[in-house]
Design a protein around this ligand. Sequence first.
Ligand code: KG4
Ligand code: ZN
Length: 378
Amino acid sequence: MSESYILGIESSCDETAAAVVGDGEHLLSNVVSSQIATHQPYGGVVPELASREHLRAIVPVVRQALAEAGKTYESIDAIAVTQGPGLAGALLVGISYAKALAFALEKPLITVNHLEGHIHAVLLEEKQKGNFQIDFPLLALVVSGGHTHLFLAEEREHGWTYTNIGRTRDDAAGEAYDKVAKLLGLGYPGGPVIDALALHGNPKAVKFVPSQIKHGNRGTPKAEQTPHDFSFSGIKTAVLRYVELEGMRESITVRQQALAGISKPTSADILALCDKKTLDLVASFQRAVVQDLVAKTLQAAKEGNARTLFVTGGVAANRELRETFAKEAAKAGLPVYFPSRKLSTDNAAMIAAAAFPKLRARDFAGADFSAEASLALR
Ligand code: KG4
Ligand code: ZN
């Protein structure tokens, strides 16, 4: 059978992306147009601006993805698009364009859950490396700016099925990175900056109490609880309290003003504006978040008898998270896989890859589906 090429389209948050993948394992192109510069002044994603930027970028991004893959619109076998979860207005741009393209070209259209996409980014790259031996059940930690989820996956005849056994009760881990970076005047997005600065601080300088999740009682309604929940709003508040107690406000304002005068600050520029206290705080924050993610994930893997671990999503790009997972999973005798940094953050290659089993099963979308901001993965 000849290879099938899927054009993937992703617009769930602040990246407009398109990619062409052959048979779920050959990455022909992967184009990502980032809106970081648009949202930077606000310290977070502004939904209305995201939709507007997607509208501007979608046509050229798709055209570039096809050109880089050496494909024409006609030579594509199917079009895959992210249906959710994400920002409704942002998702709609990708969905409307994908529907129009599929209709005009008379090609099948496949909808993909963004979280399944992040999981399939790992599979795509493992297959590219020649690793086709993935044992199930598989536990996937999807950790990004919008999500912190644990999914136990099983392989079925027509693709994978998922059980959500963990999620955050408040902020996502990446959101905590972004909020702490904003609070400390380090710019946006916070993850990459904190990752780079943490190398220069003492991770044991500030003690953060690990989040204690009480299951089966007050607070979160029972139906919304999973056995391995996370919480990251407490640590954000603890950082704020530390800043107040240690009188760090003034130095933060000085840093913010200095950074505002640099057009594209590098992590070296930001490092030069940080004192030891800030670097120690950043390193301690990262250590606490990483330890919490790793400990809870490994506990869930043990209880779920997982035989493989996937760690994916924007925060999976984190150096310390990768190192700690690699070390601790090895101790537990569990193989752990991450996407490359390029495929950790949002992209469309993961959407095209996740759509491949659906193409095989001829699981196509009708014309009447819409964006689902809180689409669940099952
Ligand atoms: O997957 P992604 O691109 O978008 C969402 O689906 O949310 O993830 C973006 C998030 C941001 O919160 C960003 O700060 C975080 O991933 N991030 C990181 C790193 N690189 C990106 N967090 C920690 N360390 C990093 N190196
Ligand atoms: Zn994502």
